[in-house]
Write a protein that binds this ligand. Structure first.
Ligand code: ATP
Ligand code: MG
Ligand code: FE
Length: 343
């Protein structure tokens, strides 16, 4: 069987063709980063308009690269939650139309669950039960994953998402948008101990995250605290590298510590991590250390499936097998409204 998966939840227009064994025959991602860069965050109206222009060419391209036609499809999957309502509606409308015309099952997929399922795709075998962490631009969520389609939310951020914190810290330091990869790059030549930034909830029992204190600390270290008499020296490339490395180390400390707590508390021996920030090299190193030290198995999503894509919609095969077909009038569930401009 063949599945067409569609993703348009935020600012990537994406389509993929995945076969029943989970093999990705094609995965097309049209990023809108350059459209939103000058606003420093995703502008919803611009995003939905761009999705409308791109969705059909992206689906066409996915089929073409896979060497397939619409008639070859056996199911259509689409991310229906969470995301920007105008963005989600574009992909969902396309998916419903295709499912109806082709008379194949429609499968509604949760985008955050799909980020975790990318780890299952990387492993190529069952990795559940496991603790799951989704670290993306809009979410920092810890889950207990009983199976590939059964995720219980254990905790999340009380303010900024991890990726959002990377993006805002980068903006402060004058680095391009989206800032995560740029912080990582700047950090390569910096000293992670140059600044002792706060690590919220580190010694707290709660499985919760907070990144806004860290963000403010970076701002004060970069530009001085309001009312202080002696402003810090100007932002040289060396200071930017030190600030980036110290920020990244603090963020990674928080993420690794909470995963460890969740693993212990729920008695799991396996951890999976997905979402854009899972692409971070320093986080990956620190997770490898954790795996060795605590003798647990850690599966990180492959780089191609960390940031938004449609291929992770392969979770739809599991949902289909469990009988979870969606009606053709299935609605979108935007969930959290993500306003990420400014800081
Ligand atoms: P959500 O999945 O919560 O709806 P999203 O889809 O916008 O949000 P993703 O595409 O999963 O988020 O991830 C994008 C985020 O990942 C951005 O904040 C980006 O800065 C961050 N990111 C990407 N690469 C890296 C990296 N190497 N290091 C740190 N952060 C990174
Ligand atoms: Mg994006
Ligand atoms: Fe995402």
């Amino acid at each position: 069987g063949l599945l067409l998966a569609i993703e348009s939840s935020c600012d990537e227009t994406a389509a993929a063709v995945v076969d029943r064994s989970g093999q990705v025959l094609s995965s097309i991602v049209a990023s809108q980063d350059e459209l939103h860069a000058r606003f420093g965050g995703v502008v919803p109206e611009i995003a939905s308009r761009a999705h409308l222009e791109r969705i059909l060419p992206v689906i066409d391209e996915a089929l073409k690269r896979a060497g397939k036609t619409l008639a070859d499809l056996n199911a259509v999957a689409v991310m229906t939650e969470p995301g920007l309502v105008g963005s989600l509606l574009v992909g969902v409308t396309a998916a419903k139309t295709l499912a109806m015309v082709l008379d194949v099952p429609l499968v509604a997929v949760n985008h955050i669950h799909a980020h975790l399922y990318a780890c299952r795709m990387q492993a190529g075998r069952d990795i559940f039960p496991a603790i799951g962490l989704v670290v993306s631009g809009g979410h920092t969520n810890l889950y207990d994953c009983a199976s590939a389609i059964s995720y219980t939310l254990l905790g999340s951020t009380i303010d900024d998402a991890a990726g959002e914190a990377f993006d805002k810290a980068a903006a402060m330091l004058g680095l391009p948008y989206p800032g995560g990869p740029w912080i990582a790059k700047a950090a390569l030549t910096g000293n992670p101990r140059a600044y002792d930034f706060p690590r919220s909830f580190l010694r707290d029992e709660r499985l919760a995250f907070s990144f806004s204190g860290l963000k403010t600390a970076v701002r004060y270290a970069a530009f001085g605290q309001p009312g202080t008499l002696n402003p810090p020296p100007p932002l040289t490339p060396e200071r930017i590298a030190d600030l980036a490395a110290s920020f990244q180390e603090a963020a990674v400390d928080i993420l690794v510590a909470k995963c460890r707590q969740a693993l212990k508390r729920y008695g799991r021996r396996s951890l999976c991590i997905g979402g854009g920030v899972a692409a971070n090299q320093r986080l990956r190193e620190r997770l490898e250390e954790l795996a060795r030290k605590d003798r647990i198995e850690i599966v990180v999503a492959p780089l191609s499936l960390c940031t938004d894509n449609a291929a992770m919609g392969a979770i739809a095969w599991e949902l289909l097998q469990a009988g979870q077909v969606s009606p053709l009038d299935v609605d979108v569930t935007p969930g959290l409204v993500r306003h990420r401009e400014g800081s």
